[in-house]
Design a binder for this molecule. Structure first.
Ligand SMILES: [Zn+2]
Length: 614
């Protein structure tokens, strides 16, 4: 690939033609530059009144164009700085860190507490709500909604009462570098804004797959903020991809079978009804399930399904660290103004719901953070023995017709609203789990992993003198690497086979107790069977490599001696030869078998270095 691009460059230079930095549009058929989207649903919701008059001095950049466009990073930050300067009693702006391209990750704190420190906000007793826009920066509705709401809470004063009951932290753009990769062609399945940013960061990482492995500096900054400010509610603002339906806004979280049952109950019984009512009252069409998948890919009438997100996602991460986390998905096929206004109503309603029910919210968080489940779930699936539930669903009429283009079926949405009661499945059965050890022991050498635990805010003790411990360790058998990189890693799975050992940990090794509120998180990061473990992300690949061997001219005569003096071994060898064709045919395997019966074998081959203190 490298060589190929070098040749192209060279070819251009020799012909004297400049190398274009982007493909010119003339390369594409004119028919390819306008997306063909399903028919638009008419909408005339009450929330349109939230847009200020054109001569309002505090009109937002997006309102200036009737919510058709979204401002650049520079414009956004300049507007926010002006707003903060005009309301210094209630607003402060701070940088959480820098992106790879050097942009500040700004957060606005809105409070009545005068003192803007995390401690003062906590002491106020009012819930702290943190909302982030643009984790996928083409999905930027949250930013433009948040600017309007911050203005109305402060200088304009129409929503000033909100801060009497909550503290609001707002990150307008999480993926700041991706936000500046702006074009008309960033999200073809989405109705506006006219220009929008890109899904992934300047290093092509998807931040909503990075919560567990924390590779991106943006993510490290955000998790630093979660640790420092300890919000009571974390709102992650997106726009969907996927099917057409009537809803213009859906939201959700990890469901039954997860790590935070008390928080789940608060979200289901308090948050969902309150926010759903407010959205409907403002003329929006809130959905009961966040961006659902179809059970049968050709027809939603056969049912929809939901799943518990893994900790690489915001909602999975929130669940495992007992931080109430809600993902919002406005519907990509609705126009930008409708989506921004829906997000505004949602944010306002979420602030009201937490303000009004703050004590119950904090109690739920406390209950989940104090719980020490003896069994920690790692993944979920659908319980096939339980018939699916039923749900009333507002869909759009769908046709599946044979396609000459793909050779398969083509799904068409006719634009006609259809409401039906359909099957509804949730992946809530725990598929894999582990028992909770007292602690995990990580040898000093694995500093990359220890550093990441620290970023998550997981507590551990570092030993200063060598320490010998009885621990359970895993031998990682049958390792299989994925064929292609995913999020900058070659992912790997293996079968962890436990063994008991006395292990000596050198100074600088760490003991991670699971008796802490982030104990479940430590488990899902450190157990190799966990889909978001550091092992499966490839941080421990080295242990799968055999690094010493015995030369053939040494093992051959040794094997002869072993066969001659050990009849049991000789018998085992004869049986293996008779039964195992691959073994019989492989000179390498046969010599390796003898090597493995000597004390010269690499005893730590495939041994996962993290120990479990039971
Ligand atoms: Zn998204």
């Amino acid at each position: 690939m490298k060589l190929w691009s070098l040749l192209v460059c060279f070819a251009f230079t020799s012909f004297g033609a400049p190398t274009p930095s982007v493909s010119p549009l003339s390369e594409f058929s004119p028919a390819a530059s306008e997306p063909v989207l399903p028919p638009l649903q008419p909408w005339n919701g009450k929330s349109r009144a939230l847009v200020v008059a054109k001569d309002d001095p505090w009109i937002t950049p997006s309102e200036k164009t009737d919510l058709r466009t979204t401002p650049s990073y520079e414009e956004t930050i300049a507007w926010l700085k002006k707003l903060v300067a005009a309301a210094p009693q209630q607003l402060q702006m701070l940088s959480l860190g820098k992106s790879p391209e050097g942009r500040d990750l700004w957060m606005v704190a809105a409070t009545q507490e005068k003192d803007f420190s995390p401690e003062a906000l906590r002491k106020s007793g009012k819930p702290i709500v943190l909302a982030q826009g643009g984790i996928h920066s083409g999905e930027i509705d949250g930013k433009d909604a948040g600017l309007m709401l911050l203005r109305d809470m402060t200088v304009r004063g129409t929503k000033r009462d909100l801060l009497e009951r909550v503290n609001f932290l707002f990150v307008p753009i999480f993926n700041v570098d991706g936000h500046e990769r702006s074009s008309r062609f960033a999200r073809v399945n989405q109705r506006g804004p006219e220009m929008m940013g890109w899904r992934t960061t300047s290093k092509n990482l998807n931040l909503n797959r990075d919560y567990a492995k924390v590779d991106a500096p943006e993510m490290r900054a955000m998790i630093g903020a979660l640790n420092q400010w300890s919000p009571d509610l974390y709102l992650d603002l997106h726009v969907t991809d996927g099917a057409d339906y009537q809803y213009d806004i859906t939201f959700g979280w990890n469901g039954a079978g997860g790590h935070s049952p008390a928080i789940l109950e608060w979200l289901e019984k308090t948050f969902r009804p309150a926010v759903t009512n407010d959205l409907a009252a403002a003329g929006h069409i809130p959905g009961p399930v966040d961006a659902p998948n179809w059970i049968d890919e050709t027809d939603w009438l056969n049912g929809i399904k939901g799943w518990n997100a893994e900790p690489r996602y915001s909602t999975g991460y929130g669940d495992v660290r007992h931080l109430p986390t809600v993902i919002l998905e406005t519907h990509s096929l609705k126009p930008y103004h409708q989506r921004v206004l829906g997000t505004y109503v949602y944010l306002e309603s979420a602030l009201r719901a937490s303000g009004k029910n703050g004590a119950a919210l904090r109690q739920a968080i406390e209950a989940d953070r104090k719980r020490r489940n003896p069994v920690v779930p790692l993944s979920w699936d659908v319980d096939q023995n339980v018939p699916p539930g039923k749900i009333e669903y507002k869909g759009i009429e769908t046709r599946a017709i044979p396609s000459a283009i793909s050779g398969g079926l083509r799904i068409e949405f006719t634009g006609k609203p259809v409401t039906a009661t359909i099957p509804y499945q949730w992946q809530s059965r725990v598929a894999t789990s582990i028992t909770r050890p007292k602690a995990y022991w990580i040898p000093a050498a694995w500093s990359e992993v220890i550093e990441r635990l620290q970023i998550h805010g997981i507590q551990f003790e570092r030993i200063t003198e060598a320490h010998e411990m009885k621990v359970t360790m895993y031998r990682l058998e049958e390792a299989k690497f994925e064929a292609e990189p995913f999020e900058g890693h070659m992912r790997v799975k293996a079968k962890p086979v436990p063994e008991q050992r006395a292990e000596r940990y050198p100074p600088g090794s760490v003991r991670v107790p699971t008796d802490q509120s982030l104990g479940d998180l430590a488990g899902v990061l450190l157990e190799p069977a966990s889909p978001d473990s550091f092992f499966q992300w490839g941080f421990f690949d080295q242990v799968l490599q055999q690094t010493e061997y015995i030369e053939g001219y040494v093992i051959e005569p040794m094997a002869e001696r072993m066969l001659a003096t050990d009849p049991r071994l000789a018998q085992e060898f004869r049986e293996k030869l008779a039964k195992d064709d691959t073994f019989r045919a492989s000179t390498k395997e046969r010599l390796r078998w003898f090597s493995s019966k000597t004390p010269f074998v690499d005893e730590r081959w495939k041994l996962y270095p993290v120990g479990r203190e039971e």
